[in-house]
Design a protein around this ligand. Structure first.
Ligand code: PLP
Length: 441
């Protein structure tokens, strides 16, 4: 039969039958340990009974009420709950169905806010290289990942990029505040080069996601970024699509540094893999100014649908009831220590990084210079496939802006237990042994 369905590539994977906790089963009965929570999505694990029950109850009442026709209890409750988890200044919640939509919303709200202030010349959004902010054209324009952006460059407005603070590649000490200042000051220089009156916003993943491989900012970086944005009237957007929702060991990744942005995007773990759900959270005065000036010229049909919101609410309830944020912090420390210990056995593991259960390791040909592995080795796909065959799912991306380098995210659901970490490590060690034997590394 002709295959009607297509995604990015011809990659063939087995058919999924069912999923529970941190495991998934294919139709042929084989079990897979979800060591990456899908794409860092299934944060509370699969088939959580309380979330399924909340969804069933909502489905019996209504699954859709268009936002121009009705308010719904589920969307109002989730908005209140989300705002309560945010810094006080950020009190307004705008629902969407995914991460790209959430980022796109922050860019557009920022722009409309500038217009209300008579700052029509502000439109540039500075971001980092590498970074990932989404696949729609607006979000892609601020994404620093060459292979994804290149085909579409004539269709997008080129946006300025500054280097992500990859101290480990530059031989700098991430714990030294001078390192944080060094990278943050690149933002100031770029604002000055571009003309401060033209710069609308700076967007940053507080703990990096797939593009940087769980990059943790160096000491003082997040604070200095905030100061620079304030100095030049530039809005600060925290893209917490992946780092939000507790995975880093705090509900928001930026809580580790106590910095408060003007706008936040969240998705992935917000719907927890139960429903497509995301949100933009904005400063009250920004929203008021835009609504006073005639309204926000942006929205999506499925936004705030009651089924998605009921599921999202139940996901947050489960995070709180089981203290999964605390578990992510505790289990993340253990898993990170175990990943670091792998360096003794595998000289080609160059760097281990991340916070909580947003963790990654990077493969290199020389740990002192952090030279990447030769591209021809195809480590990026190879290790993922070896692990997959052994029943362990991990997630890989090219390290150096999509061009070369290989890093792997190990991000199990936040419900993971210590014996399950032992299981992850046993499978991963086996996979790395096989990878080393195959490649002669
Ligand atoms: N922003 C970040 C930080 C992400 O990690 C992602 C997805 O990986 C996105 C935005 C885009 O989210 P989505 O794939 O749901 O559109």
């Amino acid at each position: 039969m002709k295959n009607r369905l297509f995604y990015q590539s011809r990659l063939a994977r087995p058919e999924l039958d069912r999923a529970e906790g941190i495991y998934l089963w294919a139709k042929d009965g084989k079990r897979y340990l979800d060591g990456s929570s899908g794409a860092m999505v299934s944060n509370i694990g699969h088939s959580n009974p309380a979330v399924l029950q909340a969804m069933r109850e909502q489905m019996e009442k209504s699954t859709f009420g268009y936002r121009l026709h009705f308010q719904t209890e589920a969307s109002e409750r989730l908005a209140n709950k989300t705002a309560a988890l945010c810094p006080e200044e950020l009190g307004r919640v705008f629902f969407v169905s995914g991460g790209s939509e959430a980022v796109e919303s922050t860019l557009k709200l920022a722009r409309q806010y500038a217009l209300t202030r008579g700052e029509a010349q502000r439109y540039k959004v500075i971001s980092r290289m590498p970074s990932y902010h989404g696949s729609t054209l607006g979000a892609l324009a601020v994404t620093g990942y060459a292979p994804l952006a290149a085909p579409f460059s004539p269709m997008m407005r080129e946006m300025p990029k500054i280097p992500a603070p990859r101290a480990y590649l530059d031989g700098l000490d991430p714990d030294d505040p001078a390192t944080g200042k060094h990278y943050a000051d690149m933002l100031e220089q770029t604002i000055l080069d571009e003309g401060p009156q033209t710069v609308l916003a700076f967007i940053v993943e507080p703990v990096g996601g797939a593009s940087t491989g769980a990059l943790v900012p160096p000491a003082g970086y997040m604070q200095r970024i905030r100061e620079i944005c304030d100095d030049y009237g530039v809005l600060l957007i925290h893209d917490e699509v992946m780092s939000g929702g507790g995975r880093t060991g705090k509900f928001w990744g930026a809580e580790h540094w106590g910095t408060v942005p003007d706008l936040i995007s969240i998705s992935k773990g917000f719907g927890g893999g139960y429903v497509p759900l995301g949100a933009m959270i904005a400063r009250d005065d920004i929203v008021e100014a835009v609504l006073d000036a005639g309204g926000f010229a942006h929205g999506h049909t499925y936004a705030g649908n009651p089924l998605a919101c009921a599921a999202g609410l139940a996901v947050i309830d489960e995070i709180e009831r089981q203290d999964l944020t605390g578990n992510a912090a505790a289990m993340g420390d253990k898993l990170k220590a175990r990943l670091n210990a792998l360096k003794n056995r595998f000289p080609f593991i160059g760097d281990v990084r991340g916070k909580g259960l947003l963790l990654a390791f990077e493969l290199v040909s020389d740990r002192t210079t952090m030279q990447p592995l030769p591209k021809e080795l195809g480590a990026f796909d190879r290790l993922v496939n070896i692990a997959y065959d052994k029943g362990l799912i991990i997630y890989s991306r090219r390290t150096r802006g999509g061009i070369s380098g290989d890093h792997f995210l190990v991000c199990p659901p936040m419900i993971v237990t210590e014996p399950q970490i032992d299981e992850i490590m046993a499978l991963l060690t086996e996979a790395l042994d096989e990878f080393a034997a195959e490649t002669g590394l």
